[in-house]
Design a binder for this molecule. Structure first.
Ligand code: SF4
Ligand code: SF4
Length: 209
């Protein structure tokens, strides 16, 4: 029948419209808030949402899946005295693999000997050039750079992030990417245990004639 598709489409819209109010009433009767709450946003983003599934951005935001990636950030481990142990060794691999070449790193050097110290003195990422590919995080051998979920970068100035702006604690990383964090921690602990076992193992005696 001519126009059947349009009628069907309008029917879907009408069903969503009425289901929205039915959902609202059901949540209200359970004493739960369907709007402006994490629980409500989670429900509306799920396959169980019958009525409205949009969110009131920016007051509400969709909950990013763990593998969602936006701009990169640098990790530091929190020491017992609250000190920041920056993981980056300024090896430069991330800058090398970055397709648009938007990473700049300056290595720290010993003021007396001039020898390089494996930590960054300066670290910049031009977020306006970054294409969010995640290669820097993929290639970093020290798990020192990761991809963030934060996507709200709009500003009136050029978004060049320096070391201070890039640094975030591992606890933040564990919060946004728990599966990745736990897997990496297990791998790191296994490596450390293997290293300790190797160091503790008796040395093979020198070959006799
Ligand atoms: S973030 Fe990783 S790859 Fe980049 S310089 Fe630091 S240690 Fe090297
Ligand atoms: S995410 Fe990609 S483009 Fe952005 S800094 Fe890392 S490697 Fe470069």
């Amino acid at each position: 029948m001519y126009g059947k598709g349009i009628i069907k489409g309008l029917g879907v819209t009408l069903k969503r419209f009425t289901d929205t109010y039915l959902d609202d009433i059901s949540w209200w009767m359970q004493g739960k808030k369907r709007y402006y709450t994490k629980e409500g946003v989670e429900h509306r983003s799920s396959k169980d949402a019958r009525g409205i599934f949009t969110v009131q951005y920016p007051e509400e935001q969709l909950i990013a899946p763990e593998e969602f990636r936006y701009e990169p950030f640098l990790l530091y481990d929190e020491g017992p005295e609250g000190e920041r142990n920056i993981r980056c060794t300024s090896c430069g691999i991330c800058a090398k693999v970055c397709p648009p070449q938007c990473i700049w790193i300056m290595r720290t050097s010993d003021p007396e000997t001039g020898k390089p110290i494996p930590e960054p003195k300066e670290f910049y990422i031009d977020m306006d050039l970054c294409m969010n590919c995640g290669l820097c995080a993929e290639y970093c051998p020290f798990d020192a750079i990761k991809m963030d979920h934060d996507f709200e970068l709009a500003s009136y100035h050029r978004n060049v992030y320096d070391l201070e702006m890039l640094l975030k604690p591992t606890s933040y990383y564990a919060e946004i990417r728990p599966t990745n964090y736990n897997r990496e921690e297990e791998e790191r602990k296994a490596k450390e245990a293997a290293k300790a076992a190797k160091a503790a193992a008796p040395r093979p005696s020198a070959a006799t004639n």
